[in-house]
Design a protein around this ligand. Structure first.
Ligand code: MSP
Length: 647
């Protein structure tokens, strides 16, 4: 029973050949968010991360750097820990595979399996990929030979080399049927489920015994009972998930039993085979339970390619943090990157997300509410005697959000959970604006207080649900409505949101803007400019302001992509009597040029021309963004002459 209230989340352990990059941060962040989400539900959670320090890849990198492997890896540990601390990754333990306890436990594991007959000595001959530290199968090599391709690693495409040596084998073939049965009986093991197919096909094609020692490599855990061999790095590394919580260590049995089996093991799609085949087979051989779920994520790409040192496109999270803030980057990665697919990273997207979602939608809501409260001596807010219909509607909507958000989180669809939460934030903003509290402050004090009150209630829900994603910002937000956030075991903050909503007093305090805006492209001018208006005056604009903006309908005659831009399309737009204009718009994620040619859309045509990526844009297209982030152009319902002005 106690088990149900615990949660054990792991990250892959990172090869220490360089500092962490944005891809390593992504894996680690996913684990942190999942562990925090469980904590928020009152579960006792353990989050594990660490470093994979042995093997040929690390040894070669150390040699290149003119260092011993241990000196070399020691030099990176602080960079990992600092990055995780900077990004508020609340790991419970950081394991290093060079830790004595881990080394001893792995050796014990090997000795036990030798005794059981699951490990035996023989000879290996085949192909090896050092960057992936993996044996490439004969089938894969045969296919490449048939296709007359240069022999390469199917995962990273780099050259493989031939090895022929004495080795110890793990009897993997003996687990083929048990593995297939396990996948069948546990459909939730793979998240997303689409990842199962590739693994099942691989297992069905026939498993060969796995070489788990290397004679020609020196940097590794000495193989017990045979000094000529070291342990194959994956047999060493995978075991970190159990040695870190006490496996094979006297006196730590209770600890191990508290956490194992893992609830969620986070990993990238490149290392599925190791985690979905070798790892469960190792555990079966040791009579241990299997992890509940593997959460397999796609890659963060830069310019549509996986980030890698050799491509020189690595993004340093510490540099990003200096300019944009750690919590903002956390939000962006969780909102923008879809777990199931590869996602492209661009600075433009990052800036736009921070400006529009965080500064405009959320930060500005808090700021407007507290400014108004301060101006009208209303910093202490209690529930009204009777709630208005519109207020109750919003409060009810917040319960729906909690449910939907929880549902998405239980499926690890963090980006969807955030999209749903943002839909609610838009509703709260719309409610606030529609109520015109700046007018009510003068005409109806009770109604004014009620608008502030319902906004506080909404912010309480928003900030709490956001805690796993932006813990510090969420705490600041809660603090500014007079709430202290403290995680307590056994207390589900999520359930508590609804159970204890009534009868609160919100003591407001004005805090500095939660988020900074980033000016990156003119498409952002729409929210920025309109926000400026509401921020400063909280009043309606006049008809003169409306007339100033020239909104014209035009037909897109030509459209093309702009090289090197992930967002922008360049259009030639026909405005009839008003002539042709070249207009750039950030809509490439939702439209191809072919989708647009011949379509009518609405444009602001009297904006000062502005250059983007060195190309002039002579107007701005009006677009709408839905909750999934997809953009839509706005076309007149019926075709009108080009150059028609909107009134
Ligand atoms: N050491 C092994 C894992 C052993 S776990 C018992 C390893 N290390 S790694 O450093 O190469 O990769 C660690 C994780 O980072 C993997 O899950 C990998 O998918 C992830 N990422 C590395 N680059 C990435 C991106 N560009 N994007 C997202 N994640 C990627 O494999």
């Amino acid at each position: 029973m106690a088990k149900r209230n615990t949660c054990y989340v792991t990250t892959p352990i990172y090869y220490v050949t360089a500092k962490p990059h944005l891809g390593s941060l992504y894996s680690t962040l996913l684990a942190d968010v999942i562990a925090r989400w469980n904590r928020l539900q009152g579960k006792k959670s353990f989050m594990l991360t660490g470093t994979d320090e042995h093997g040929q890849k690390v040894a070669q990198a150390a040699q290149k750097a003119g260092k011993t492997p241990k000196e070399f890896v020691d030099g990176f540990i602080d960079a990992y820990k600092n990055t995780w601390h900077t990004y508020n990754i609340d790991y419970s333990y950081f394991i290093r595979t060079t830790d004595k306890a881990h080394v001893k436990a792995v050796q014990q594991w090997i000795s036990d399996l030798i005794e059981k007959g699951d490990i035996y000595k023989s000879h290996y001959e085949g192909w090896y990929c050092t960057p992936c530290e993996t044996f490439v199968t004969d089938n894969e090599i045969d296919e490449q030979k048939k296709a007359k391709k240069e022999l390469h690693c199917p995962s990273c495409s780099r050259q493989v080399h031939h090895i022929k040596e004495e080795t110890y084998f793990f009897r993997l073939s003996a687990y083929q049927d048990r593995l297939l049965k396990f996948y069948e009986d546990n459909p939730d093991f793979f998240c997303p489920p689409e990842r199962a197919k590739e693994v099942i096909n691989f297992v069905k094609s026939g498993l060969k015994d796995l070489s788990i020692s290397r004679k020609t490599v020196k940097w590794g855990i000495p193989f017990p009972g045979d000094q000529e061999h070291v342990t194959y790095v994956w047999a060493d590394a995978l075991n970190n998930y159990i040695t870190a919580i006490g496996y094979g260590q006297k006196g730590r049995e209770d600890e191990f039993n508290t956490w194992w089996p893992a609830t969620t093991q986070v990993l990238g799609k490149d290392i599925v085979r190791f985690h979905a085949i070798y790892w469960p087979a190792f555990l079966m051989a040791s009579d241990l339970a299997l992890p509940k779920q593997l959460l397999v994520h796609g890659w963060i790409q830069v310019d549509k390619q996986k980030m890698s040192k050799s491509l020189g496109n690595v993004i340093d999270p510490m540099v990003l943090k200096d300019k944009y803030g750690a919590e903002e980057v956390r939000y962006y990665l969780m909102r923008h990157m879809s777990i199931t697919h590869d996602s492209n990273f661009t600075i433009e997207d990052l800036e736009q997300t921070i400006t529009s979602d965080l500064a405009n939608d959320l930060g500005n809501l808090l700021n407007r509410m507290t400014s108004l409260a301060e101006k009208n001596d209303a910093m202490s807010i209690t529930d009204p005697a009777v709630w208005s219909k519109s207020a109750l509607k919003l409060i009810d909507e917040s319960w729906n959000v909690i449910e939907d958000f929880s549902e998405y989180m239980s499926e690890n669809l963090i980006h969807m959970a955030l999209a749903r939460l943002w839909k609610f934030i838009h509703q709260v903003n719309a409610y606030f604006h529609a109520q015109e509290p700046w007018k009510l402050a003068k005409s109806d004090r009770d109604a004014f207080m009620q608008v502030l009150g319902v906004t506080c209630h909404s912010l309480r829900v928003i900030a709490t649900l956001l805690w796993p994603i932006m813990p510090k910002k969420s705490e600041q937000l809660l603090q500014s409505i007079g709430m202290k956030f403290e995680i307590k075991e056994e207390l589900s903050w999520v359930e508590n949101l609804k159970l204890s909503w009534k009868g609160r007093t919100f003591m407001l305090s004005k805090i500095a803007a939660l988020f900074k805006k980033h000016e990156s492209k003119p498409e952002e001018d729409t929210p920025k400019q309109s926000e400026k208006k509401t921020e400063t005056s909280d009043e309606h604009i006049t008809i003169d302001d409306v007339i100033k903006v020239e909104l014209l309908v035009g037909t897109i005659e030509q459209c093309e992509e702009i090289a090197k831009s992930d967002k922008l399309l360049k259009m030639q737009v026909n405005f009839g009597q008003k002539g042709m204009r070249q207009i750039l718009a950030g809509i490439k994620s939702s439209y191809t040029p072919a989708d647009l040619v011949g379509k009518q859309a609405i444009f602001v045509t009297n904006l000062k021309p502005r250059k983007m990526m060195g190309i002039e844009s002579q107007g701005m297209m009006l677009i709408s963004k839905d909750e999934t982030g997809k953009v839509h152009i706005n076309s007149p319902v019926t075709k009108v002459p080009n150059g028609t002005r909107l009134h």
